[in-house]
Design a protein around this ligand. Structure first.
Ligand code: GDP
Ligand code: IMO
Ligand code: MG
Length: 426
């Protein structure tokens, strides 16, 4: 049976959680394939809001097996508090499975993330300070601890002692900081976290393949987004994993032949948290309106998001990088009161027009967007459930977007609630 990837097409917070939850209704497994608790995926079901960081967005359905794949970096303390939060809201979390090959985030990763950002000063990335970059760096350097090490205290301690020695030397010599204590870390991870998580730790690759071979459907949930991708994003202002669709194969342990659909989630405008280029950024009252109406504050860190007009040049690149089958557009309702809506269809620099993303980032830093303007619809679309009910102006904006980007729009979100969407192309 096929696998579907849900991927962010911009700089994150497009509404991946909402649509993953919606798609999960017809799936068997939902697998998170990368990232960690830098993600914040919000689901609103029957007026109740769920903010997920590590747990896959299918968790709310009893028929779904949610899987944290090998490509994720897991802070077990955060995972446990997320499970507690879900249980307190009546959600059964017992079906969650965590890959033994996923890497652990340890307290020194978080410290290093904070200290590195501080040292970078005005050049900082603006990370979530969750330890994501340092944990993936240790994975690549082959000194990481994995989730399966929680099940073997001797190995956990051996690895921790070796790596902590090096980290403490860095804390002392580079950052003039006090060392961390291996006993404290081992006690928290092995005595508090391990017993709680042990029944959930297992062979995620086996689980995914057993499902596929049994004809079940698998949804692969991306975190972050295409332009935060370590290889293809606006480096160095990126995360340290590969959110693009190709990352789903690595982070879930399947080959590309299983993937038959890639849904790119695109907000009807663009937001970004943290530093880095943003050609269509608005720093005026329109940008403020997008923040206020769209509630554009980080799910996770509470930071005010940067906002701008939708950028079709970026989306065209996202279509290429992810082999998108279709787009799902979110937050169209945020434009309900706007007189005019703009869409960037190309970039201009020194008289040269770019319809594809310039490969050299210095160009991206300096381009001026070329906009097409659309009249607003000036009415509330948050209750609309069919394409036919859309005001002509909203329809025109979406049809123009499809033409610009070259893939169909499957679904359109008109509100945060699970049922607030319409099918655009059936
Ligand atoms: P994710 O990280 O991609 O899952 O997105 P976030 O959850 O961080 O941010 C998206 C925000 O928009 C959340 O607060 C959602 O509840 C909300 N949202 C999602 N889709 C829509 C929509 O179509 N309209 C409105 N108004 N809000 C939406
Ligand atoms: P979801 O899954 C938006 C951004 C950070 C920073 C950069 C690197 O909710 O869309 P990191 O902590 O990953 O090393 O930070 O990436 N970032 C996100 N921005 N949504 C996210 O996740 C993000 N996860 C990381 O703000 O610019
Ligand atoms: Mg988010």
């Amino acid at each position: 049976m096929p696998a579907t990837v849900v991927v962010g097409t911009q700089w994150g917070d497009e509404g991946k959680g909402k649509f993953t939850d919606l798609f999960a209704r017809d799936q068997h497994l939902v697998v998170r394939y990368q990232g960690g608790h830098n993600a914040g995926h919000t689901l609103v079901v029957d007026g109740v809001s769920f903010k997920l960081q590590l747990v896959p967005s299918g968790i709310l359905y009893p028929h779904i097996t949610p899987v944290i794949g090998n490509g994720v970096v897991v802070d077990p303390r955060v995972l446990i508090s997320e499970l507690d939060m879900l249980e307190s809201k009546g959600v059964d979390t017992s079906k969650l499975r965590i890959s033994g090959n996923a890497h652990l985030i340890l307290p020194y990763h978080q410290e290093l993330d904070k200290l590195t950002e501080r040292r970078l000063g005005k050049n900082k990335v603006g990370t979530t300070k969750r330890g994501i970059g340092p944990a993936y760096a240790d994975k690549a350097a082959r000194v990481g601890l994995r989730v399966q090490d929680l099940l073997d205290p001797k190995i956990f301690r051996q690895k921790l002692d070796v790596v902590l020695k090096e980290k403490n030397a860095i804390f002392a010599k580079v950052f003039n900081q006090l060392p961390l204590d291996a006993d404290v870390i081992a006690d928290e991870y092995l005595n508090l976290c391990a017993p709680r998580l042990a029944p959930m730790i297992g062979d995620s690759v086996g689980i995914v393949h057993d499902a596929l071979e049994a004809g079940e459907s698998v949804l692969l949930e991306g975190a972050q987004a295409t332009f935060l991708d370590l290889d293809h994003g606006t480096y160095p202002f990126v995360t340290s994993s590969n959110p693009i669709a190709g990352g789903a194969c690595v982070g879930a342990g399947i080959g590309p032949r299983y993937i038959d659909s890639v849904v790119g989630i695109a907000k009807a405008y663009v937001t970004r948290v943290g530093a880095g280029p943003f050609p269509t950024e608005l720093t005026d009252e329109i940008g403020d309106a997008l923040i206020d109406i769209g509630h554009e504050y980080g799910t996770n860190t509470g930071r005010r998001r940067r906002t701008g007009w939708l950028d079709a040049v970026m989306l065209r690149h996202s279509v290429r990088l992810n082999s998108l089958s279709e787009l799902a557009v979110t937050k169209l309702d945020v434009f309900d009161t706007f007189d005019t809506i703009k869409m960037c269809v190309a970039y201009e620099l020194d008289g040269e027009i770019f319809t594809q993303l310039p490969y050299h980032q210095s160009v991206v830093h300096h381009v001026t967007p070329v906009y097409e303007e659309f009249p607003g619809w000036k009415c509330d679309i948050s209750g609309i459930t069919t394409r036919e009910e859309l005001p002509a102006e909203a329809l025109a904006y979406l049809v123009a977007l499809e033409a610009q980007v070259g893939v169909p729009i499957g679904l359109v979100g008109v509100g945060p609630g699970r049922e607030q969407y319409l099918r655009f192309n059936v």
